[in-house]
Write a protein that binds this ligand. Sequence first.
Ligand code: ATP
Ligand code: MG
Length: 284
Amino acid sequence: MLRIAVQSKGRLYDETMELLAQAGIKFPAVKRTLLVPSRNFPVEILYLRDDDIPDSVATGTADVGIVGMNEVLEKCQRVKVLHQLGYSRCRLSLAIPRDVAYDGVKWFEGKKIATSYPRILKDFLMRNGINADIHVINGSVEIAPGIGLADGIFDIVSSGGTLVSNNLVEVEKVVDSQAVLIGGDCQLPDEKQKVLNELIFRFKAVKDADGKKYLLMNVPREKLDEVVAILPGIKSPTILPLADENWCSVHSVIEEANFWDVATRLKEAGAEGILVLDIMKMVP
Ligand code: ATP
Ligand code: MG
């Protein structure tokens, strides 16, 4: 049984459980304990605070873990990234009060910076030759400048909304983060490694299908070249004959973001009966 450490509640929890569900891995509806075996796949989940996940993997309490890259970098444990999962994207940035004039990273010289990520910040300041006073607080870092606790902050930013509502402005992006699957240093026993390989294979199939749609349409044969040229398909589109030999059916996969642009051009080129279908998984 492969043991996966997952955040017990918080920003990573929902999307991680959704990813496992899309990968066909089922768990009991109610979580009564901290260690929950899957109903249909040889894995069990160990629910932890995200801060404890890198350590649990490094020490072998869990075989693998799903956690933000920010925690992996901060905790500096002996773990390796096995797969980038693509959700919970954010960045760690320096921010200062909006009404302060900023003249580059040397502004932070001699200043007090509040953060929950002292290690990453210390490393950044050292690389830039800056001496600053790092003040560690866990949670609500963004209010520190407003109450006179610090001159600036170093914290997670995604939309930037929290900064705006605290009259702060992002001045230096230090590192990008997303949810990652991490593993330990040691070789897993064969049985567990097999389960892990299958898990990564399924995660990839779910991720590859994300944001993609399956497109079908009918096209007059004489317009085929024009229509095919519009399709930014993964490989060449599938072209099937129809009962009416002057027409054929064209199938392709497109990025959802391009759908309206592509659909309009396909219609103009003579395509009819355009259908768009969800893709659940994509196995290369
Ligand atoms: P815990 O109680 O488990 O310690 P936490 O309060 O430390 O939880 P959360 O706020 O739940 O952490 O965030 C978990 C992770 O989600 C972060 O470490 C980061 O990788 C990511 N994250 C945090 N804020 C955002 C955001 N605004 N947008 C996207 N991802 C985010
Ligand atoms: Mg935490």
